[in-house]
Design a protein around this ligand. Structure first.
Ligand SMILES: NC(=O)C1=CN([C@@H]2O[C@H](COP(=O)(O)OP(=O)(O)OC[C@H]3O[C@@H](n4cnc5c(N)ncnc54)[C@H](OP(=O)(O)O)[C@@H]3O)[C@@H](O)[C@H]2O)[C@@H](O)CC1
Ligand SMILES: Nc1ncnc2c1ncn2[C@@H]1O[C@H](COP(=O)(O)OP(=O)(O)O)[C@@H](O)[C@H]1O
Ligand SMILES: [K+]
Length: 498
């Protein structure tokens, strides 16, 4: 697991630790770790040209001290100072090691042909020490201008603690932000490094241990790794039967949207369900059987939507392609009336927006898997764009308002449960941005729910395997939702070698 803590928590832990250490010890540890990574990014340190972007706080101080270490190993280091002040200790260390510093004019626009821009383009490495966890709001003035100019070069960029311009606690990006190839973060990850859009600016994230771990409380956010998924995933043992492995009920698809049913069924079957009981009208049920003869089908009577719903199941998946008419609503209400774990996706989420009490009053485990537009239907006065800009915040808010687990789909899949650290899936890939992949996810996560995983863990494992399957199915060209189903067994196998 990767753990991420908020700025307030980091500051608190830092205070405790600093009280026991000599002055400047933490910054020395941070700068040494930073310099080590910079030296690895450079083809060789001696003779290379390094440009430091230096803001007025300790983030700039880290850059200056790391720069001084590179300078003493023979790099030509140039610091561009943009703050209204500068970390004096860092600056004198850089100068003593032979590095040079120039004040950048504090004008808002630094022109493309300026000396600073030319230096950045000609450098072997840019080190972004403009702002770290002390940043507030979008980048201002010359900071924004330097970040944009750095982004216009091909020069490899290492961000100090976090790319300047991303909000540490949320991953939100207002205006210009640095795009790093590598981010060297100190003590613990920051949520903004793991959640898009911030995560897309961070590149490869390297954690430098500065001794903070012992002071840190529970994380705000966790990001699972292959081993976490591997130990959670239910697997058959000698005493397994199809019933003990878990029976999943599925109220998905309709005569109009048959593909949703076929795809969700595929996700469940390749996710390792013991038995899949599918319920639907004749035409869609026939289609499911044609693709997957192993499914046990209940054909529903259009005149009496509840009569044929299977009873002996361990969990339910409801919603994708099911419709939002009166029958769909009656069915959703009946399924939510059971004491079983239920996953609501797509149309079921839309219906919930008009009947929030169906979940708010429910005691049994409930998991919602909306994309941003569906989530916006659950939160009046919120737009999909706002949700995409602050995924962690909105997933958490929805989980709290509905009293259940929420998996928010999209560029970074975020999972939230009241009272528990949120989860950010590390495997997201835009290969998944194609119709039907969400249907596969609902079946896959449903199979894990029926296998006995709690909703948060089922969502975590499902999202991880979903992204991994997309990567494994990808051989250079596009993939479709059906390819994803085929790659799920390889993804499960790959967990042990990842
Ligand atoms: N915590 C730890 O454990 C450790 C922390 N360490 C390091 O300390 C860093 C935190 O340092 P910090 O507190 O000095 O703040 P920092 O990020 O440099 O930013 C403040 C400066 O930025 C400016 N500024 C702010 N917003 C801005 C904007 N939007 N646009 C433009 N400017 C903006 C602000 O200017 P002002 O608002 O004052 O004019 C001020 O000058 C942390 O990230 C890590 O690198 C390690 O050394 C050791 C362990
Ligand atoms: N840009 C993206 N990056 C990563 N994953 C994405 C992206 N866009 C979509 N996805 C993933 O693809 C799936 C799409 O689900 P959904 O929108 O419900 O599609 P559908 O309803 O067509 O099945 C989700 O798992 C989502 O997280
Ligand atoms: K930075």
């Amino acid at each position: 697991m990767r753990y991420a803590h908020t700025v307030d928590t980091v500051r608190g832990a830092e205070g405790e630790l600093m009280a026991r250490l000599p002055d400047g010890a933490l910054m020395r540890r941070a700068a040494t770790g930073l310099a080590r990574v910079c030296a690895r990014v450079l083809p060789r340190v001696y003779g290379s040209r390094v440009v430091l972007l230096v803001g007025g706080g300790d983030n700039g101080g880290d850059a200056l001290y790391a720069g001084s270490q590179l300078a003493s190993r023979g790099a030509a280091v140039r610091a561009l100072l943009v703050g209204s002040r500068v970390h004096e200790g860092g600056l004198s260390a850089l100068r003593s090691a032979g590095g040079r510093a120039v004040e950048v004019p504090r004008t808002t626009e630094i022109p493309a042909g300026s000396e600073a821009a030319t230096e950045m383009a000609a450098a072997d490495l840019i080190v972004d020490g403009l702002v770290g966890i002390g940043g507030t709001g979008g980048l201002r003035g010359p900071h924004a201008s330097l970040a944009a100019l750095a982004g216009a070069t091909e020069t490899p960029t290492v961000a100090v603690d976090l790319p300047s311009g991303i909000e540490a606690d949320t991953g939100a990006v207002e205006g210009t932000a640095v795009r790093a190839d590598v981010t060297v973060t100190f003590g613990t990850h920051k949520p903004g490094l793991l959640v898009s859009p911030g995560a897309e600016h961070a590149g490869v994230v390297e954690l430098v241990d500065i001794g903070l771990a012992g002071e840190l409380p529970t994380a705000r956010l966790e990001s699972p790794q292959a081993g976490d998924v591997d130990v959670s995933l239910p697997r058959p043992g000698p005493e397994s039967t199809k019933y003990r492995r878990g029976v999943l009920g599925m109220a998905v698809g309709s005569d109009r949207y048959r593909g949703a049913a076929v795809l969700a069924a595929g996700g469940a079957l390749r996710g390792g369900v013991g038995m899949l009981r599918y319920a639907g009208h004749d035409a869609v049920a026939t289609e499911v059987l044609r693709h997957w003869p192993e499914v046990v089908v209940s054909v529903l009577d259009p005149e009496d939507p509840l009569a044929g719903l299977p009873e002996r199941v361990d969990a339910w998946v409801v919603g994708p392609g099911r419709g939002v008419d009166g029958d769909a609503e009656t069915e959703l209400e009946a399924i939510l009336g059971s004491p079983l774990p239920v996953l609501l996706d797509a149309d079921a989420v839309t219906l919930l927006g008009t009947r929030p009490r169906l979940v708010r009053d429910r005691e049994a485990p409930t998991l919602l898997t909306p994309h941003a537009a569906e989530m916006a239907r659950l939160l009046p006065d919120t737009s999909p764009r706002e949700i995409e800009a602050r995924r962690l915040e909105y997933a958490t808010r929805t989980a709290e308002e509905y009293g259940c687990v929420v998996l928010l789909k999209g560029s970074t899949t975020v999972i939230a449960e009241p009272g528990r650290p949120a989860l950010a899936d590390p495997n997201g890939t835009s290969l998944l941005a194609t119709a039907g992949t969400g249907d596969v996810l609902s079946g896959l996560v449903g199979s894990l729910l029926s296998g006995g995983l709690a909703p948060r863990e089922a969502a975590m494992c499902g999202a991880y395997l979903h992204g991994l399957a997309a990567r494994l199915a990808h051989d250079g060209g596009p993939i479709s939702a059906s390819d994803l189903i085929g790659a799920l067994p390889s993804a499960i196998r790959a967990l042990r070698t990842e």
